[in-house]
Design a protein around this ligand. Structure first.
Ligand code: DX5
Ligand code: ZN
Length: 221
């Protein structure tokens, strides 16, 4: 299994050039494309839905890592799976029955992920940890890209990594929010192996490819 993966978040990309943007990060070594789905209800912003994922699937070969920041995700996972999502990650705050929705995501043929806001305790995902393929630790309050990394989430990543190890889980530990050249190593040491980056990649002064390359080189150093 590839040790460290980079998942640029398209929320910070130029949607009018999405094919070029994703091609640039792919050729620079990006491993996944992180798709931030926001409904304007669970989080204040509205972004994209299954129709966008369907179009992105046609122009991008990388695995699509769909992060659902939406209320009642159970109503929508099938349409994201059909649209071509490879991973579907749901927020513990939106799922009263995590094991059930995780099994449903797997039945649809996608890798199942769980995520939690910085203020949500790890205990909220205890029931999911033995079942998931992926845990996404939010290092910002979800809803916007370009926010400042919250260092208090480092301990949470360490705690989840320790629990996954104790469970002998092969689940990946992904971190999301404010990841850049300075914060990536902090979370790498905490046990993360997948790094989401929006602004650090797609708003890089030398372009998206340079942004992706710079982070990928750090992750592998
Ligand atoms: C925040 C999203 C993150 C964020 C990443 O709600 O889940 O994926 O947009 O963007 P940066 O890396 O700029 O914080
Ligand atoms: Zn995200």
């Amino acid at each position: 299994m590839n040790k460290f993966l980079l998942a640029p978040s398209i929320i910070a990309a130029d949607f009018s050039r999405i094919a070029e943007e994703t091609a640039a990060v792919e050729s620079a070594g990006a491993d996944w494309i992180h798709v931030d789905v926001m409904d304007g209800h669970f989080v204040p912003t509205i972004t994209v839905g299954p129709l966008f994922v369907e179009s992105l699937r046609r122009v991008c070969k990388l695995p699509l890592d769909v992060h659902l920041m939406i209320s009642e995700p159970e109503k929508h996972i099938e349409s994201f799976a059909k649209a071509g999502a490879d991973n579907i990650t749901v927020h513990a705050e939106t799922c009263p029955d995590l094991p059930r929705i995780i099994e449903k995501i797997k039945t649809l043929g996608c890798a199942a992920g769980v995520t939690l806001n910085p203020a949500t305790p790890v205990s909220a995902i205890d029931s999911a940890l033995p079942l998931v393929d992926l845990v996404l630790v939010m290092s910002v309050v979800p809803g916007f890209s370009g926010q400042k990394f919250m260092p208090e989430t480092i301990g949470k990543a360490e705690e989840i990594r320790a629990t996954l190890n104790a469970l002998r889980s092969s689940a990946r530990l992904e971190v999301d929010g404010g990841i850049n050249a300075e914060t990536l190593p902090l979370m790498q040491r905490a046990g993360a192996d997948v790094f989401v980056a929006g602004n650090a990649v797609f708003k890089h002064p030398q372009g998206s490819g340079a942004g992706a390359r710079a982070l990928k080189d750090i992750a592998l150093s």
